[in-house]
Design a protein around this ligand. Structure first.
Ligand code: NI
Length: 250
């Protein structure tokens, strides 16, 4: 069930049965020569949509622009400052709390978001903790964030599909997931070198100097629709079970 494809009476009814919502969160940033700029937002969205067929859930709008300052030397990349993202996540959360939501599960598609998501949680919990006990909202707010590739069992499936060159950025796995979600967007591009270099980076110019075509450690030319579907199937199963136990926990 999708929030944006529901009516308010339907959400009111949902809230009598569950206080839980799943929010895909990602990034809008270059993903190498054959990866879509929306990859990090599309992957959690595609996996979430497959998980929706497996268990009762409510899926919120995708938080699709995240922390991508280091990709800004590549056309099309967009970023939020960490402080902006924390403020936006807080406003999304406060809006949901206002209606009675108490369990918010952010399924993340971009490693670069992790620190800021944790900072946003700390900000949200701090506001509650800093109030006098009598003023604390009666809700039992619980937040959870997971990277989709860290869902139990998923990394093994990715490794099996791509024993070499899965990589760290513009990975074969994430490109495959987007190709499975959007088969008419498959790109055929030869990679030079076949497997991209690895290393650290600072800001946007430094990143582009270190990784000229945008990839880190990967050979995403291995990505296929079929391999993407195998990953989606495993990730959706795992996400459905993670969401169920989070939503139903006492
Ligand atoms: Ni990515």
């Amino acid at each position: 069930m999708r929030l944006h494809l529901s009516t308010w009476p339907e959400i009111e009814t949902y809230l009598t049965k569950s206080k839980a919502i799943l929010i895909p969160i990602g990034s809008t940033e270059q993903h190498g020569p054959n990866g879509l700029i929306g990859t990090d937002a599309l992957c959690p969205e595609i996996i979430t949509s497959a998980a929706d067929d497996l268990t009762d859930m409510l899926i919120g709008p995708t938080f699709s622009v995240g922390i991508a300052q280091h990709h800004l030397a590549f056309p099309g990349s967009m970023t939020l400052r960490p402080s902006t993202m924390i403020a936006a996540m807080k406003d999304w959360t406060d809006s949901l709390i206002r209606h009675g939501f108490e369990r918010i599960f952010w399924i993340n598609g971009h490693g670069g978001n992790t620190a800021t998501i944790q900072a946003a949680f700390a900000e949200i919990y701090s506001e509650r903790s800093l109030q006098k006990p009598t003023e604390i909202a009666s809700s039992d707010l619980r937040q959870k964030a997971m990277n989709w590739w860290e869902l139990p069992g998923v990394m093994d499936v990715c490794k099996k599909q791509f024993p070499t060159g899965d990589g760290m950025h513009a990975t074969a796995s994430e490109v495959a997931v987007t190709y499975a979600g959007y088969p008419d967007q498959v790109r055929k591009v030869e990679m030079t070198p076949r497997i991209a270099p690895i290393g650290n980076f600072r800001d946007a110019e430094h990143y582009r100097a270190m990784f000229p075509d945008g990839r880190i450690g990967s050979d995403p030319s291995q990505a296929t629709v079929e391999k993407g579907n195998t990953i989606i199937e495993a990730a959706a199963r795992s996400l459905a079970s993670q969401f169920r136990s989070f939503a139903d926990a006492d």
